[in-house]
Design a protein around this ligand. Structure first.
Ligand code: SAH
Ligand code: SF4
Ligand code: F3S
Length: 489
């Protein structure tokens, strides 16, 4: 064990202090530059877009240390798992992977193994790594990503398990290096952490207090992306609508969206939105700028007021529906997707019927549905839960049946229309050669030349499926939305 080991502590993690979050600039100690010379690395990422983006920073730091990326973990000299805590399933996957790595390590004792991400912020997980996964060389958390070079250097030179996890968030680190997964679409962090404390959710503990990034830093990052020819940015946060609340100067998501749209980036997306903080100003800005995509992810979680209250979501079915209808009225052709949890402790068949009823009203374009997963340390973990797993799974099937029916129905309405599509890649197995996403965030497959990848083109929708569309290319590159005749509502 490292003498300077720092472990996570939920009591501290829960605490929301009044101190201001400062900005720090990432600095790289050049003495570590050849730490990974001649060695390869593999990073496995679990969880949300924020983790995916953290991985882009991690990869760039590893390359500063002279490691080179390899696409097979079995051959890598360093394996790093960037983990997620959101549901039991995510845990199981990461621990399953650690099991496979254990065997590799028996064959290759010099293999370097690291764990980071949200699971590293969990007390129980660190405990387990120290007791049962002694072969893990190093662990760092979500608050000290920027310390990877130091942590790894210690782990490699001192030959002991190096664990450095801060319980509480620190400053916002600017100018981290980044190795972007794509050359045409990019993630940009705008707000870190979450203060909502929905009773089922682990994120406020693993990601800390809500902190907004300075608008100048966000805008200059986007300007560089525009200069480099990027077509799309996705502004990221666990609750992007709370952006700027900690500035107390009135500059919020509506203002930021407007400023980002004015940079001229062809497509702006943002996620995730909490219904509680969604203002009329934000809706108006989305409606006003053609380069802000008409696609909103608006998790509802449940249609029952009783369950919403137990979840601590701070809205009712009615207030959600009012917001939903306002968006549909004011933003032409907007697609709205959602997240739903079934089987929250105390959810009755009547509560579940309220959720189905809401789905019948909203007819979502897309949705992610989950069975409630108990997260130790959250308030919901202590609630009495009489519903069997079997019953919960059955509710999930019934919910998905209804959701799928509306996905298809919405897609059918697009058949015959011409939609703008950002071409993202080649299809390996389908008959059609290319795929991309429409302005309303629908996956579409069509034939075309490979050099269209990374460009926005017009595609006529010819066929609809539940989770995708088929289409034919109308012409070459396109100016977003101007050529769109899509109107699906
Ligand atoms: N910040 C986002 C959600 C992030 S987590 C928001 O508030 O909308 C993504 C989704 O995972 C959540 O919307 C929720 O539906 C689901 N989720 C979170 N905790 C969960 C749990 N304990 N069990 C099951 N699903 C959960
Ligand atoms: Fe979790 Fe709620 Fe925060 Fe979303 S808003 S990250 S569900 S606590
Ligand atoms: Fe998972 Fe952490 Fe994201 S818990 S969903 S990786 S913020």
């Amino acid at each position: 064990m490292g003498d300077n080991m720092q472990l996570p502590n939920y009591k501290e993690a829960k605490h929301r202090g009044k101190e201001n979050v400062e900005k720090e600039t990432y600095s790289f100690d050049d003495t570590y530059r050849s730490l990974g010379k001649g060695k390869t690395y593999y990073v496995k990422t679990y969880g949300c877009q924020m983790n995916e983006h953290d991985t882009e920073n991690i990869k760039a730091m590893l390359e500063q240390l002279s490691f080179t990326e390899i696409d097979s973990y079995e051959k890598a000299d360093l394996i790093l798992l960037n983990t997620c805590s959101i549901r039991e399933n995510a845990h199981n996957k990461a621990f399953g992977m650690l099991g496979r790595i254990k065997h590799l390590k028996q064959e290759r004792p010099n293999l370097i193994v690291g764990v980071c991400g949200c699971m590293a912020q969990e007390e129980g997980v660190i405990d387990s790594i120290m007791k049962h996964y002694r072969f893990v060389n190093f662990v760092f958390g979500t608050h000290n990503l920027h310390r990877l070079p130091e942590v790894l250097h210690k782990a490699m030179t001192e030959q002991k398990q190096e664990i450095e996890v801060y319980s509480k968030e620190g400053n916002i680190i600017e100018d981290m290096p980044v190795k972007r997964a794509n050359s045409f679409k990019a993630y940009v962090n705008i707000i870190y952490g979450c203060d909502k404390f929905c009773t089922y959710c682990i994120v406020p503990y693993t990601r800390g207090k809500q902190r907004s990034r300075a608008k100048e830093d966000i805008l200059s990052e986007v300007q560089v992306l525009v200069r480099d020819g990027y077509q799309e940015v996705t502004l990221l946060g666990q609750n992007v609508n709370a952006y700027g609340k900690d500035f107390h100067n009135g500059y919020g998501l509506a203002s930021l969206l407007e400023d980002v749209a004015k940079t001229g980036i062809p497509r702006v997306r943002f996620m995730t939105s909490h219904p509680w903080d969604f203002t009329d100003d934000m809706i108006d800005v989305i409606a006003k700028y053609p380069n802000i995509m008409p696609s909103i992810h608006l998790p509802v979680q449940s249609g029952s007021d009783h369950i919403l209250k137990l979840m601590g979501r701070r809205y009712t079915k009615d207030t959600y529906l009012t917001l939903f209808h306002k968006m549909k009225e004011r933003i032409p052709g907007v697609s709205i997707s959602t997240d739903i949890i079934v089987g929250f402790p105390g959810e009755t068949e009547e509560d579940f019927q309220e959720t189905l009823d809401l789905v019948h009203t909203c007819k979502f374009d897309n949705a992610f549905s989950f069975v409630f997963s108990k997260r130790e340390g959250t308030p919901a973990a202590k609630l009495e839960d009489a519903t069997s797993e079997e019953e919960k799974n059955e509710r999930l099937y019934r919910l998905n049946d209804v959701l799928n029916q509306y996905f298809l129905e919405n897609n059918q309405k697009l058949v015959g229309s011409i939609v703008p599509v950002l071409v993202e890649g080649k299809n390996a197995s389908l008959k059609t050669s290319l795929y991309g996403y429409t302005d309303t965030n629908k996956l579409i497959n069509f034939d075309g030349e490979e050099d269209l990848i990374g460009k926005i083109v017009s595609v006529r929708v010819t066929e609809s499926k539940t989770w995708s569309l088929d289409g034919t290319l109308v012409e070459g590159t396109d100016k977003e939305r101007s050529a769109s005749t899509c109107s699906n509502h």
